[in-house]
Design a protein around this ligand. Structure first.
Ligand code: HEC
Length: 112
């Protein structure tokens, strides 16, 4: 009986792993898509980030001003300035809804 349970657990872990297999790890997505502007550390102190005057995501106030739904919307649909010029591109073609949710959780962890 004990062996059977172990086998079942192993199969479930394997299945869960396969189901999640298509989503890239969040750190990889952050590195590949976001650090150019927002920086490894989320402070936005890169060349592009300074130019765009990005918020510092280690700052509690900046974090408090952002709502999860808005963050998801911004990443999914992108951000344009008042003149309609793109400031951040839309990532819906590159990232799944789950990957975007993971990125929001990742950004939340920058808060000091
Ligand atoms: C071309 C530079 C650039 C890249 C690349 C970029 N962003 Fe942004 N991002 C911006 C700008 C500009 C803003 C708006 C100013 C701000 O909020 O600091 C912004 C704002 C945001 C916001 C705040 C939205 C809100 O509701 O206030 C989030 C969250 C965000 N970006 C996440 C990401 C994620 C995740 C990625 C990678 C998938 C990414 N960004 C890639 C430039 C960029």
């Amino acid at each position: 009986m004990k062996n059977r349970c172990l086998l079942l657990t192993t199969s479930l872990v394997f299945l869960a792993g396969t189901a999640l297999g298509h989503a890239a790890p969040v750190t990889e997505n952050w590195e590949n898509n976001c650090t150019k502007c927002h920086g490894d550390d989320g402070k936005g102190q890169t060349k592009a980030g300074k130019k765009l005057q990005l918020k510092d995501y280690t700052d509690a106030k900046a974090q408090a001003e952002m709502k999860d739904e808005e963050m998801i919307k911004s990443i999914t649909e992108g951000i344009n300035d008042k003149a309609g010029k793109e400031r951040m591109k839309a990532y819906k073609a590159d990232l799944s809804a789950d990957e975007i949710k993971d990125l929001v959780a990742y950004i939340r962890k920058f808060k000091a």
